[in-house]
Design a protein around this ligand. Structure first.
Ligand code: F6P
Length: 361
């Protein structure tokens, strides 16, 4: 099947992830080679609400961006056109019809939407109003269903692993417990992978609620056989058995709740339980910044290029996905509103346990 797609819009939405620029570059270059024009929409759907915030993108405009973090188009996680925050009057406005109108005014035939679950869900709703789209999954959290990997994850894990490596020497020198809080929202992928890759002693993930007493006993046992330091990696969404996630900022109409603080809580609680000095470090947005790893650049390039193939075939309402060794298309309807969590009986969790990592479960 071929389609009459001749001009497309590209946008990046939600939190940034290393590799966004690599996708933009791949889309623009692949499209140019297929005689399809590209228009970059700035700051997520803002570029459709305010069409003056759009610009043509040619191969010349994307030269040299493969290795850059962030996104040349800008992004926001507060720009849902269905509940757009307005500064005057009360609360929010529905700008979805305006988006559809501007989509046509800009002469676009389809959108490539690069985003996480929230952004893809918005795009899917716009498609129902007549805006054909293809999605590209993005998040450092790796929590999008129907794809085994999102770009950005490998870079975040590499950064967190490096941080854990560095914390080992200072923890050992001071005979301390170092608690490292990593991102990941309600999934423990970053904590699990960086914990294994960095040789952590304890990994706390949302999928396996922990007992602090069990964690403390693991640290005390290490002390008994002569390891006088321990590294604990805590996913920001981890919580104690019977407890709840640590929320930094409550959700509002147009934004999700922000997690954070579990690392500090765990470090404080472990001091009296272990009799050891415990410190915490929050890696935060450093995990999202900087250049993408080569793995993420390749995955992002494959996704971007395949998105253009899908547009050419007239296959809309789908998302590019990695089903190793292939990149395939999956229906967006199967993706939105779901979260890909670490299966508690997966080989990777068993592997971690086999090599002595304690989950406190
Ligand atoms: O989804 C990516 C992510 O970095 C999460 O890991 C984290 O909880 C959240 O975004 C932080 O969002 P913000 O930058 O808006 O505070």
């Amino acid at each position: 099947m071929t389609s009459a797609v001749r001009r497309i819009g590209i946008l990046t939405g939600g939190g940034d992830a290393p590799g966004l620029n690599a996708v933009i570059r791949a889309v623009v270059k692949s499209a140019a080679n297929a005689d399809i024009e590209c228009v970059g929409l700035e700051d997520s759907f803002d570029g459709l609400i305010y069409p003056e915030r759009s610009r043509p993108l040619t191969p010349r405009d994307v030269t040299g961006i493969l290795r850059l973090g962030g996104t040349i188009l800008g992004t926001t996680n507060r720009g849902n056109p269905f509940v757009y925050p307005v500064t005057t009057g009360a609360g929010s406005a529905d700008y979805s019809a305006r988006c559809v109108e501007n989509f046509h005014k800009l002469g676009l035939d389809a959108l490539v939407v690069i985003g996480g679950d929230g952004t893809l869900a918005i795009a899917y709703e716009l498609q129902k109003l007549g805006v054909p789209m293809v999605g590209v999954p993005k998040t450092i959290d790796n929590d999008i269903v129907e794809t085994t990997m999102t770009f950005g994850f490998d870079t975040a894990v590499a950064f967190a692993t490096d941080a854990i490596d560095r914390l080992h020497s200072t923890a050992e020198a001071h005979h301390r417990v170092m608690v490292v809080e990593v991102m990941g929202r309600y999934a423990g992928w970053i904590a699990l992978h960086s914990g294994i890759g960095g040789g952590a002693d304890v990994v706390l993930i949302p999928e396996l609620p922990y007992s602090l007493e069990r964690v403390a006993e693991h640290i005390r046992a290490r002390e008994r056989w002569g390891a006088r330091f321990s590294i604990v990696v805590a996913a920001e969404g981890a919580f104690a058995s019977g407890g709840t996630v640590t929320v930094k900022t409550a959700a509002t109409a147009d934004r999700m709740e922000r997690l954070g603080g579990v690392g500090e809580q765990v470090a404080r609680a472990l001091e009296p339980l272990t009799g050891k000095e415990c410190r915490h470090v929050v890696l935060g947005h450093l995990q999202r910044g900087g250049w993408p790893t080569s793995y993420d650049r390749v995955l992002a390039t494959r996704f971007g290029s395949f998105a253009v193939e899908l547009l050419q075939q007239g296959r809309f309402g789908v998302m590019t996905a990695l089903h190793p060794p292939d990149v395939v298309a999956v229906p967006i309807a199967d993706v939105v509103g779901r979260t890909r969590k670490v299966p508690s009986d997966s080989d990777i969790v068993r592997t971690a346990k086999h090599v002595g990592i304690c989950f406190g479960d």
